[in-house]
Design a protein around this ligand. Structure first.
Ligand SMILES: Nc1ncnc2c1ncn2[C@@H]1O[C@H](COP(=O)(O)OP(=O)(O)OP(=O)(O)O)[C@@H](O)[C@H]1O
Ligand SMILES: [Mg+2]
Length: 263
């Protein structure tokens, strides 16, 4: 049986939900935690590309849900990262499955695997019901007001443990002026903070299509590693080791501290 279960979702599309799920999964795996990444983004899977497994995918989450294949057989080890296994998402699917089917799939996966951590990239339609069963739910938002408001409108189970991941924090002063500060963003999202992730030019759309990228530059970085530590009850700073390059890092950390003031 799987140990800890973490849902990653977002109120609005394109804000980095799948990328955050992948980066977090890599961070756990790199710390030696056996990790299962599950892509439940029906009809819009991304994890097979992000993990460099697009060409190897045979079965997907839909095959598991329809009991066409054993979940373990449908999953693939991520070649570039030890301790990481992926259950790819379904490309062909008629709409998001109903609550009962979603819960059954979640329980099947939890029982079938023995990884320490299971991270699920989940559409917002499934999160209300699944957040009841998961240990932690992470709602990803960028710094746009639309995305932050959509985050505030997400529905969760009353017993859910929900945190927001503020993604794509502007990394230069001029851009930052156009967006809410971290404190304002938290007020708009109406959720406590899990992590602040900076806008990283290397995570671009073009790169996403290049599966080989994962092998040469795995999606791992200090903020995600620190988030993985905090999610398992440890202490790790919100801001440290953000960017390579001393001068750039110093400026960014100073700027981020100011933006994080009282957050
Ligand atoms: N911190 C970041 N810095 C820069 N670009 C990012 C960052 N996070 C995500 N991106 C980019 O944003 C785009 C959307 O990311 P992603 O596919 O993870 O979003 P999503 O919320 O899962 O979208 P969808 O609604 O399609 O599922 C991708 O091109 C990704 O590379
Ligand atoms: Mg996605």
């Amino acid at each position: 049986m799987v140990g800890k279960t973490i849902l990653v979702t977002s109120g609005k599309g394109g804000v980095g939900c799948s990328t955050v799920a992948a980066r977090l999964a890599v961070a756990f795996a790199r710390r030696g935690t056996s990790t299962l990444l599950v892509d439940l983004a029906w009809g819009n899977p991304a994890q097979d590309f992000l993990c460099g497994l697009a060409e190897r995918t045979v079965y997907d989450a839909n095959d598991v849900m329809c009991s066409r294949v054993d979940p373990r057989r449908a999953s693939l080890p991520v070649i570039a990262v030890q301790n990481l296994t992926l259950l790819p998402g379904a490309t062909a699917f008629d709409g998001v499955p109903g609550d009962a089917e979603t819960i059954r799939l979640f329980e099947t996966l939890r029982g079938a695997f023995d990884q320490d951590v299971m991270i699920l990239d989940v559409p917002k339609e499934s999160v209300a019901v699944l957040s009841e069963f998961a240990d932690v739910t992470l709602a990803v938002s960028d710094f746009s007001a639309a995305s932050l408001r959509a985050t505030a409108n997400l529905k969760f189970s009353k017993r859910a443990h929900v945190r927001v991941v503020l993604n794509r924090c502007p990394a230069d002063r001029d851009t930052a002026k156009l967006y809410p500060t971290v404190r304002e963003a938290l007020d708009l999202a109406c959720l406590p903070l899990a992590a602040v992730l900076f806008d990283e030019p290397r995570l671009t759309t073009d790169d996403l299509a290049d599966a080989e990228r994962f092998k040469s530059r795995p999606l791992v970085d200090v903020p995600c590693k620190n988030l993985s530590i905090r999610l398992t009850g440890g202490h790790a700073p919100l801001l440290r080791g953000l960017i390579r390059g001393r001068k750039r890092r110093k400026t960014l950390v100073r700027m981020a501290r100011r933006r994080l003031e009282n957050a």
